[in-house]
Design a protein around this ligand. Sequence first.
Ligand SMILES: [Zn+2]
Ligand SMILES: [Zn+2]
Length: 225
Amino acid sequence: MKLISGFRKIRDFHTHSDKSDGVFSPSEVVGKASEAGIKQLALTDHNTIRGLSEAQSAARASGIDSINGIEVSAKFKGETVHVLGYGFDLTTAQEDEDFIDYLIFLRRASGINLFESAESEAEQFTNLEKVIKILIKIGAVPVLAHPGEEFINEKDIAEMVKMGLKGIEVYTKKHSAEQVIEYERIARKYKLFMTTGSDFHGYYDDDLHRLGRDNNGKNLTKAYL
Ligand SMILES: [Zn+2]
Ligand SMILES: [Zn+2]
């Protein structure tokens, strides 16, 4: 594990486009990122990889390093958690039936009200351990998104590490300064990657100022990968 914040590069490994619930198209997100001075970017739409090739070409044209990403939903102890997957090959992901089936299932599940009888099936399908395995299978590094938002504690993270979790999103506007310190400690203890991301959606005017920034408006530069 090494600090990749050399040269104080601004990086943002958690952004959304209109391919999931964001406002801007993937190229527009890259354009905004470029204006914000971001040098390394990951588009991490919810449960879809449809925006990635557009983001890649736009990033190449803007001189930004782009990392393939996704944010998938999963169930852990009955609660929904978000897992980011990074650095997979697009073709490998597109050709992996388990991965694609999972995305189709999630999209269907979000569009309909699941009957109670179907809910336990859904729980099994979206079981965190299974989701982490699918991500690893396509060559993605599984990273737990904004654990502070769901108050996920060390014990939970230790269980997730056994399932194959490789990192925690530590530096995010969703974490208080105390939470950042706590998750840095946990990440070091379990030798996990620490990532950085604004969870940009583009809903509000001030969202634009948050791209690549933490909740104090400071540049997001740290990441240990
Ligand atoms: Zn999330
Ligand atoms: Zn997100």
